[in-house]
Design a protein around this ligand. Structure first.
Ligand code: ATP
Ligand code: MG
Length: 408
């Protein structure tokens, strides 16, 4: 078995360093969770998660020294994080047992065996360990078979009640891997959602899951599935939007072309389509400005479309565009194919610059200068004047605006 050799270079270098140290110090580290799942499934993995029954602090410190990185300790999770230039993030944890005293709250953690550590996990596909020295797999819940069958399966019937964030994890992972949620697991999930298990979790933790869903490449599919299964009702109340999936797909295509767009704002705006209010954002950590942009998308699209019907020329249209966020315009572009070329043109215009400063105009300073420069930029962009006429044109405009100001 040479699975470890299938890791990509930075991960492989990390694993090799860990193996060397383990051999020297007689430790028994296991690769666990996501990376093992991805290796067995043949998909790309990013993190390196390692568990040991004994010697986690020793390994973490020695590793940090060997790869010239640093180590941070998170005692409440029995975890050490090692980071170093040119290496992935490496988590080294002591194998642990978890106990949920109250559904939805964080578990009580104590040291345990490798098996304890595997059976406390969310899904069988994430509950496999791979010995780093002997490359033997430890698979107490038949995760390898589920990977072959492409199934997401919880490990016991209480799983979603203990930790309802697993509802989000199940949908996210199934969508990412193209797996199916195994029927019994799906019925437990439905039951948990219907019995409002998510209400036992803090809004902050749920928002974190929502943002993780938005980080996925297949975010539209994940969000639409969560919406359909009413998993988002706990944040936003019950909503129906049969167009949601198409809208999400449409904006994703534009977000991919322009990474400066705030995808969290756009996706949330679409999820809240119809009406949004400040209570919806509790726990999200959205700044006021971003929350306003979400509300704009959720509440003001009909009025914006209506206003667009009444514009008479490009200047009026650009004035309307200027009044809203780029995220709002992205949704408009998706919904109104006829408007799209003009919005693209506006975005081009916003990026467009001319090599001219206020000082170049030799006109007394004041607000007329900025206005004249802006008008000139517009004139060059529209082809009303040639770039080499910009300075003369701007000076004329500045004088004209100044005269107007003086009259007023
Ligand atoms: P990703 O590629 O998204 O990082 P991952 O499986 O590595 O996927 P993480 O969130 O990094 O996911 O978690 C690491 C491992 O910890 C998981 O594979 C799983 O075994 C376990 N885990 C994470 N969250 C939970 C949870 N809520 N309940 C039980 N086990 C969990
Ligand atoms: Mg991970």
């Amino acid at each position: 078995m040479t699975r470890l050799s299938e890791l990509s270079t930075p991960q492989r270098r990390a694993v090799e360093a860990i193996r060397e140290i383990a051999a020297e110090k007689n430790l028994r580290p296991y690769l666990v969770g996501g990376p093992v799942r991805d290796l067995l499934h043949g998909s790309r993995t990013i993190d390196v998660d390692v568990t040991l029954e004994e010697g986690a602090p020793e390994l973490a410190r020695a590793l940090a020294k060997r790869i010239e990185g640093r180590v941070r300790s998170f005692p409440q999770f029995l975890t050490y994080k090692v980071t170093a230039e040119g290496f992935p993030e490496i988590d080294i944890t002591t194998a642990r047992k978890e106990r949920y005293r109250v559904p939805g709250a964080l578990p009580i953690v104590s040291e345990g065996s490798l098996k304890d550590d595997l059976i406390r996990r969310d899904f069988s596909v994430n509950a496999i360990a791979l010995g780093l020295l002997d490359e033997k797999t430890h698979d107490p819940t038949n995760g390898e078979q589920d990977i072959r069958d492409r199934l997401i399966r919880v490990l016991h019937d209480q799983s979603f009640r203990d930790d309802p964030t697993r509802i989000f994890r199940a949908v996210r992972l199934a969508t990412r891997l193209g797996f199916t949620i195994e029927p019994h697991t799906a019925s437990l999930m439905k039951e948990a959602i219907e019995s409002r298990a998510l209400e036992t979790v803090s809004r902050e933790r749920i928002w974190r899951e929502v943002f993780l869903a938005m980080d996925e490449h297949e975010a539209p599919a994940v969000l639409a599935a969560l919406h359909e299964q009413c998993a988002l009702d706990v944040l936003f109340g019950c909503r129906h939007n049969p167009e949601l999936r198409a809208q999400l797909d449409g904006v994703r295509a534009r977000i991919e072309k322009d990474p400066s767009l705030d995808r969290y704002v756009i996706y949330t705006g679409l999820l809240l389509r119809g009406d949004a209010s400040p209570v919806d954002f509790e726990g999200s950590g959205f700044s006021q400005k971003r929350a306003r942009a979400v509300v704009e998308i959720a509440n003001e699209l009909p009025r914006f479309h209506e206003a667009l019907e009444h514009v008479k020329n490009e200047r009026q249209r650009f004035r309307l565009y200027r009044g809203v966020s780029p995220e709002m315009l992205t949704v408009v572009a998706v919904e109104r194919p006829d408007e799209r070329p003009r919005i693209d043109r506006w975005r081009e215009y916003k990026q467009f610059t001319i090599q001219l400063r206020g000082n170049d105009l030799e006109v007394p300073t004041g607000p007329h200068i900025a206005k004249a420069l802006e008008r000139t930029r517009e004139a060059v962009f529209n082809g009303e004047i040639e770039p080499d006429q910009a300075r003369t044109y701007a000076r004329e405009m500045a004088k004209k605006y100044l005269a107007r100001e003086e009259k007023a």
